[in-house]
Design a protein around this ligand. Structure first.
Ligand code: C3B
Length: 833
């Protein structure tokens, strides 16, 4: 390996190599130095933000030193690396995580305290890195944490959006979106102005002959946009392995920036070109589980895939290995279909630029990629119009046609005369305009396809990819049930519970092997332990109650049962079922005698989550929740028996406060719609029980923790089709209780009924696609069981402890192990002791 420093000078260099702090004094030295020099502040103008910035720069230095060593080690070792391609990484805050992962949070706490700062206040200065919408983006972030912790040589590749997911404000009961400009000061990223890639768009494809007389397709003309790399270090827990998340930012290419125009006095025109280039990485599309087919989104996808592949290919070429070795060096995982163009781009590089034969190239491509499907809902499956692709990426469209032709020929051979089959599996949908079905392309171009929970993976195989199972056989399709990182979602979010667990199971080793939680089961009947457990839950509820007070002005009783549903707002997730249930509860309380009311367990119903800005029905649901809260929270008659709260701007750092404070949380999607869910795992791991449908990972959670420890209700996935059919043919009777709820809404109890008519009609008159009315009765009855169970606190706490002790399976470390063994075929590379 080349080194720029000549041998004789290396000792001098090494003598001055940065070490990174270890002690409290060194931490303070570094922090103060950064505040005074990097930030140009002083003793007299250092606020909490400056303290955060200084401490972060001190930690960043440490991480970067380990990052450098890790990258060197991985390059020298020359073994296979994993590249996780995801348009979203919902990282949240970095400082707390860095402190815990490198094991220096106590050092930092003492050090900051002596300098006059409380560590919690310093940590909370950080702006969340919110480059994601919801579950898919947060999963990618958990995977990065696990890959680093388990010492896998792994990189994430994504876009450096200038604006992450919007900030949500609730104004007069309506969602308002505020742009999330998060880059003002971000100490966690390193610009790499030396690492750039030129990305081509538009233009045309022309045939040329090379010296050997071979006809080549050459993509010419169009415009060039430059991708600039920004790197963020990803520290593992209790290991020096520090992996890389590389984010691409777009700018006008220096070659392209139109100096002609500039010189001709068209200054404004040339600036406009520049801005147009920067638009590509400007903003994260705020849709969760919805495909909109916008040109700029396609540009984002190609820009990111092309830059990342160029980077990977450049790295591979340095090894001087033959192309056939590419899949032994590189595993690329596609997080949903968003990066599917990477398949086409790699094929293009190999055949057009590197001169490989089609079949050799395709073999390399298929062995390189794996595809993870995250949804079977039709409105979320990506399709791109052929005319749009033709315009933006003409060469790629031709390659897609060739991939399709060869695939269909193969199918034709295997199933002669089945014309229907050919039409069904064709990558090209014969619609007006024609569309490219990205899930099919991703399936054909990958060696493994996986779903994210058992039920979901089965649905993938029996619905959207059924024909492909017939064609490829079942082995190409597999399941990797999702998981979460216990470092952030237990240790960081709930330090007291983590400490209590450690004191019982003997050490913090469970944070690296979550199955060790099973040792807790011995303490299910231990009085002192249970008391401590309850105290911690109570303290977490007090903390959330404080947050609610500060942000909404509503006082909630921390002794009440906290019932929480926080996630993106979506009809399939059925926040409408929850709020209709709350209204039913309110009407029931109003109709009760004082005596009856005394027997009731007080409740706080807490909602949170963002609606996509263009998703009108989801916004209506938010409005209904807020309107119900207005009425219920101000009804003196009801008092503490019921409160309804909307927590504004739900995000990762709020989830860290909310999750540990739950008694019961809601995971109530229409069966067969929620691929997995991951917050269900977070809540149970934090000692909360859940109410849920037989959907996604709820089913496997039940298998692990036992049916006695979960409140399941509602229809099964296998019955959904028939139930929908019954609605369509008017064979459905509305539940009496639900009818009363609708009457209350229509009667104006929660303000102008007109605001809610479309929402009510979607359930009553328009087919009730999400089967709210079918599940309502069973939902309400199950909530009554929750009320009963909560009264027996002793038994309740036992259920919580038992559940936590059985959650080992849901660590994202287990997921990564499965991906590594079944799909990537990569080995860890631990640091030398
Ligand atoms: C989500 C699914 O909706 C969740 O059930 C699942 O747990 C996560 O992915 C992670 O697998 N998802 C999402 O957030 N965005 C999409 N476009 C598709 C699925």
């Amino acid at each position: 390996v080349e080194s720029s420093i000549p041998e004789p000078q290396r000792d001098a260099w090494k003598k001055h190599s940065a070490q990174g702090f270890k002690t409290k004094e060194e931490f303070q030295d570094e922090t103060v130095r950064h505040i005074e020099t990097s930030l140009a502040r002083s003793l007299f103008n250092c606020d909490e933000l400056a303290a955060y910035s200084g401490a972060s720069l001190a930690f960043r230095d440490r991480l970067i030193i380990e990052w450098n060593k890790t990258q060197q080690r991985q390059t020298f070792a020359g073994q296979k690396r994993v590249y996780y391609f995801s348009l979203e990484f919902l990282m949240g805050r970095a400082l707390d995580n860095a402190m815990l992962n490198v094991g220096l949070k106590d050092v930092a706490r003492d050090g900051l305290s002596e300098l006059g700062f409380r560590i919690e206040d310093v940590i909370s200065q950080e702006h969340d890195a919110a480059l994601g919408n919801g579950g898919l983006g947060r999963l990618a972030a958990c995977f990065l944490d696990s890959m680093a912790t388990m010492n896998y040589p792994a990189w994430g590749y994504a876009l450096r959006y200038k604006y992450g997911i919007f900030k949500q404000e609730i104004v007069d009961g309506y969602q308002v979106e505020i742009p999330d400009y998060w880059l003002d000061f971000n100490p966690w990223e390193f610009p790499r102005h030396d690492i750039t890639v030129d990305i081509q768009f538009y233009g045309s494809v022309n045939k040329h002959q090379n010296e050997d007389g071979k006809t080549l397709s050459v993509w010419e003309g169009g415009e060039i946009v430059q991708a600039v790399a920004y790197d963020a270090p990803i520290p593992g827990y209790e290991t020096s392995t520090t992996n890389n998340l590389r984010l691409w930012s777009s700018k006008a290419s220096s070659g392209e920036f139109d100096f002609q125009k500039f010189n001709a006095g068209e200054y404004e025109g040339s600036v406009a070109d520049q801005q147009r280039a920067e638009t590509i990485s400007a903003v994260l599309y705020p849709n969760d589980n919805l495909d909109r087919g916008k040109e700029l989104r396609l540009k984002q996808q190609y820009f990111w895939c092309a830059a990342s592949l160029f980077d990977i290919v450049r790295r591979f070429k340095k090894t001087k290995k033959p192309w056939s070795a590419f899949p032994d060096q590189v595993a690329i995982q596609l997080n949903d279909t968003h990066p599917t163009l990477a398949i086409v781009e790699l094929q293009r590089i190999l055949i057009d630029l590197e001169g490989l034969e089609w079949d050799d190239a395709w073999h390399i491509v298929v062995n390189t990629f794996g595809y993870t499907n995250h949804t079977v809902m039709p409105e979320a499956l990506e399709k791109w119009s052929v005319p749009l692709l033709q315009h933006l990426l003409p060469r790629h469209l031709l390659i897609i046609y060739d991939i399709n032709m060869k695939f269909l020929q193969m199918v034709e051979k295997q199933f002669p005369k089945d014309r229907d089959l050919l039409g069904r599996v064709s990558i090209i949908e014969e619609s007006q305009p024609k569309m490219v079905r990205m899930a099919f392309l991703a399936t054909i171009g990958s060696h493994k396809v996986n779903g994210v929970a058992e039920l979901h993976s089965d649905l993938v195989k029996t619905t959207i990819l059924k024909d492909f199972v017939k064609i490829y056989g079942p082995d190409k399709f597999t399941n990797v049930t999702n998981g979460i990182t216990p470092r952030r979602w237990l240790h960081q979010a709930n330090p007291r519970l983590s400490e209590l667990i450690a004191s019982k199971v003997g050490s913090y080793e469970f944070l690296k092997d979550l199955t060790l939680l099973n040792k807790l089961e011995h303490y299910v009947d231990d009085k002192d332990f249970k008391k401590e457990w309850q105290d911690i839950k109570y303290a977490n509820k007090v903390r959330l109650a404080q947050h609610i007070m500060n942000t909404t002005g509503v006082k909630v009783n921390p002794k009440a049962l906290f019932d929480i549903q926080v996630k993106r707002i979506h009809e399939y997730k059925r926040q409408q079922l929850n709020i209709l249930g709350v209204i039913h509860r309110y009407l029931t309380i109003k109709a009760m005698s004082a005596e009856e009311r005394k027997k009731l367990a007080p409740r706080v119903s807490i909602f949170g989550g963002k609606a996509a800005p263009g998703y009108w029905m989801a916004k209506t649901i938010i409005h209904l929740v807020c309107s119900v809260g207005e009425v219920v929270n101000n009804d003196k008659d009801v008092g503490d028996l019921l409160k309804v709260i909307y927590i504004e701007d739900y995000n990762v750092s709020k989830a860290e406060i909310i999750t540990p404070a739950s008694d019961i949380s809601e995971h109530i999607s229409t069966a067969g719609t929620e691929a997995s869910g991951t917050s269900n795992m977070k809540f149970v791991l934090n000692g909360g029980l859940i109410i849920g449908t037989c959907d996604g990972a709820n089913i496997e959670i039940t298998r692990e923790i036992g049916e006695n420890n979960i409140f399941l209700f509602g229809n099964l996935a296998e019955d959904v089709e028939d139930l929908r059919h019954a609605h369509t043919y008017g064979k459905f009777q509305l539940d009496e209780d639900l009818k009363k709820v609708f009457d209350a809404i229509k009667g104006g109890l929660f303000g102008d009924a007109g605001h809610f008519s479309a929402l009510c009609n979607s359930i009553v008159d328009h087919g009730d696609y999400y089967l709210v009315s079918d599940d309502f009765n069973s939902y309400v009855k199950t909530h009554a069981l929750v009320d009963e169970a909560y009264k027996d606190q002793d038994e309740w706490v036992s259920k919580c402890i038992t559940s936590v002790s059985r959650m080992g399976f849901f660590s994202s470390d287990r997921c990564i192990q499965e991906y590594a063994d079944m799909i990537w075929n990569v080995e860890p590379l631990p640091p030398k002791p």
